[in-house]
Write a protein that binds this ligand. Structure first.
Ligand code: NI
Length: 252
């Protein structure tokens, strides 16, 4: 199993990160992608990936922090990408739910980072909250072809458009909260495009909902996915791990 989206450098783990990583390994995780949301967390994710062999890093500026993406920040991101443990640009995208940065600024930051990813031939990790149509429009105009819709919350129509661009779809704890809606979407995603993640420390799967999440709980997401797909959890592990290795070009 691979947790393709974990905020391991969050202050929530400052007291017990070693124990969190140990529990993840005991739960059967073979790799974790530590995802940044601004320059300091991106840098910290890269540093962690340098000391933990099974941790990889994604670097990027989240739409909430879009106004911090100036020329110096873009240069810092590009510099971080020279590290071979960096496997993606993310998380990047649009958040029209909280609108912590103005929409125009969010869109500019999203485009700039898509262009950086294309130039460096890295996949992108996309955050899309209440901005489905605009995210798709921007990705289409920027000719995005490689990445993942993280913690997917759109409908089947948005999923189809993302799939038609070549993107993967990733599921997290929320698929353990809802019944039919999750099932309808999950069953219509081609098997070779499905990923799983925790998005920890947020969105803990049931029965830990509302508490601190951690990579070890990825098993609960995999179990739910297996139930929805009518497969064994071993099959889901193998499928999603293979997909993650392929998209992020992780070593075997
Ligand atoms: Ni995230």
């Amino acid at each position: 199993m691979i947790d393709t989206h974990a905020h391991l450098t969050s202050g929530e783990y400052s007291g017990d990160l070693a124990a969190v990583l140990r529990r993840a390994r005991e739960a059967g995780l073979n790799a974790i992608i530590a995802v940044g949301f601004d320059i300091p967390s991106s840098r910290a994710s890269v540093q962690l990936s340098e000391v933990e062999e099974d941790v990889f890093a994604a670097v990027g500026v989240h739409p909430h922090d879009a106004r911090t993406l100036d020329e110096a920040a873009l240069a810092a991101l590009e510099d971080l990408c020279t590290n071979p443990k960096v496997v993606a640009i993310g998380e990047i995208g649009l958040d029209f739910y909280r609108n912590l940065s103005p929409r125009r600024i969010q869109e500019r930051a999203f485009r700039q980072q898509i262009r950086l990813a294309r130039r460096l031939q890295l996949p992108i990790i996309i955050h899309d909250r209440d901005a489905h149509r605009r995210v798709i429009e921007i990705m289409r105009s920027e000719k995005v072809c490689c990445g993942v819709m993280h913690c997917f919350s759109g409908d089947i129509n948005i999923a189809r458009q993302a799939l038609s661009m070549g993107l993967h779809i990733s599921f997290a704890g929320p698929i353990t909260y809802h019944g039919r809606r999750a099932a309808d979407i999950v069953r219509r995603i081609p098997e070779d495009r499905i990923l799983i993640e925790t998005d920890c420390p947020y969105l803990a799967p049931a029965p830990h909902r509302g508490k601190r999440n951690e990579p070890a709980y990825l098993r609960l997401v995999a179990e739910r996915l297996a139930e929805l797909l009518g497969k064994t959890v071993e099959e889901v592990d193998a499928i999603t791990e293979n997909n993650a290795r392929h998209l992020f070009k992780l070593p075997e």
